[in-house]
Ligand binder design. Sequence first.
Ligand code: GLY
Ligand code: MN
Length: 456
Amino acid sequence: MFAKETYVQRRAQLKKNVGSGVLLFLGNEEQGLNYEDNAFLYRQDSTFLYYFGISTPSLAAIIDIDNDREIIFGDELSIDYIVWMGVQPTLRDKSESVGITDVRPAAKLADYLHEAIQKGQTIHYLPPYRAEHRIKLNEWLGLPIARQEGSVPFIRGVVAQRNYKTAEEIEEIERACNVTADMHIAAIKAVRPGLYEYEVSAEIERVAHANGCTLSFPTIATINGQTLHNHVHHNLVKEGDLFLIDAGAELPSGYCGDMSSTVPATKFTTRQREVYEIQNAMHLESVKALRPGIPYMEVYDLSARVLVEGMKSLGLMKGNAEDAVREGAHALFYPHGLGHMMGLDVHDMENFGEVWVGYNGQPKSTQFGRKSQRLAIPLEPGFVFTVEPGIYFIPELIDLWKGEKKFADFINYDKVEEYRHFGGIRNEEDYLVTADGARRLGKKIPLTPEEVEAIR
Ligand code: GLY
Ligand code: MN
């Protein structure tokens, strides 16, 4: 948690950004795994954390801009809770530590909202991503569950702050990135034939927990890296496998890291090294291009052109790289985006909809591959985001496109067949845009084939 002034200033700025109405912030509830008291790991809503800093379940807050009021709604701990779960500072003390003196019982929130509606005030809310929030919005505001799209002025007001990381946030993110790098370095050293994927995953979690962190998302630790978000961990690592790791740490403050690395079970084969070098060139060329003003979609296009040129050199693709990328042929091997904003969420503010975070309200492409690019707008100082190009051979996608003769002018399907069981490669680092360029956040993880092999 930051100093009180940080939260006071953030709320003051948000009031200016939105201008009028009542801003409703829904904190997260505990989620029962199989009964109420056996809950999933608790995670407060990131926007609630950003403006109110309190990671306690069952809170809500309002900023009534029209009447200049800031109120936290929640209940003090019952004696039953204290007996079973332990004592904590009171809600009043926690609220005062972030500059809020008006604390009211949770049950009073519905009345406050009803009165505000009757007085003709606009209630602004953010797009809900949890079922209980949808139910509350339905009960309190009378909004049908299927039509709870959120308030655009509120979304824009929050994005205008959270997209620009301050010095104290960058310090937190860098701490999360350092732990994330240590998780990767430990995992890269651990991978070897005869180990199960879950043993590598356990090493990743060990390092996170040993540093007082949790995971910022479920770990990917797999010999089947061609499946982009593969959470299966039961396979045995064999000689010749490529092992893809995508994992990140989350600090108690909520700030995240997110990195990926790909390592051979022992040493790269010639074929693995050739494809790895192409992926590495995509990564390094992208990083070289980072600077204020460059649209991140341009950097994505650049990474895709580097891929096409590399695939041409191996005989897997043909034709003009720019045309291939414009038409989307590269997406057979690179079906995701180059990166995403990162901060309190590993995909920062993705719950608002990417058009508001990475596209400034402009519509997204629907083209396969390009539609997964989550950040398109020109980079600005203070943006923190990932650089994570990848190359994959996905048998089901190859079969589908080959059957349709899709992009036959650009893809040599006969040659692609030789790589059918190659797997996937992704490397990922986290960057901050500075006044005149960009800098990596966190320790360096091995990136080139030589660096990967050197630490094994
Ligand atoms: N690291 C997981 C993701 O970016 O989706
Ligand atoms: Mn990522």
